[in-house]
Ligand binder design. Structure first.
Ligand SMILES: [Zn+2]
Ligand SMILES: [Zn+2]
Length: 134
């Protein structure tokens, strides 16, 4: 069974496999800025298993803490962040899981970039917290 999702306006729709490669929460400043929120929730998906309809806009984010550029794809009509990709990992995309129709299966296995986590955000101690990226 696949999971599906869409941007706020619906001009971008996608399907992903039931089991992502990994799931994590990113607290980096650039995710906060792009999403206008406290963190981003990410699922790593094999590019071949990511079926997307519609054409997201791409922003190449060069000013990152890691020093490596991040390609950020979003809906050009409503602005929903859809996924990110790293040029160094050409076969994986990182889906922004808040756009899934059913978010109940999301279970992060790590928190990354906790060095810039917002102070009010309380994390479960059982989940590994990395100060920077994994
Ligand atoms: Zn949209
Ligand atoms: Zn981030």
């Amino acid at each position: 069974m696949e999971s599906s999702g869409r941007c706020l306006c619906g001009s971008i729709q996608y399907q992903i496999p039931e089991k992502p490669l990994m799931e994590a929460v990113c607290h980096c400043k650039n995710c906060q800025r792009q999403g206008g929120s406290a963190f981003s929730t990410l699922a790593g998906i094999n590019k071949l298993d990511f079926h997307i309809e519609g054409k997201p806009k791409r922003y190449i984010d060069e000013d990152t803490d890691s020093g490596s550029p991040v390609e950020r794809y979003f809906c050009g009509d409503c602005g929903s962040p859809i996924y990110s990709a790293l040029p160094s990992q050409s076969d994986v995309i990182y889906l922004k899981t808040g756009t899934l129709n059913d978010t109940s299966r999301f279970k992060p296995s790590a928190h990354v970039w906790c060095s810039t986590k917002q102070d009010w955000v309380q994390l479960e101690e059982s989940i590994p917290q990395l100060q920077k990226q994994s």
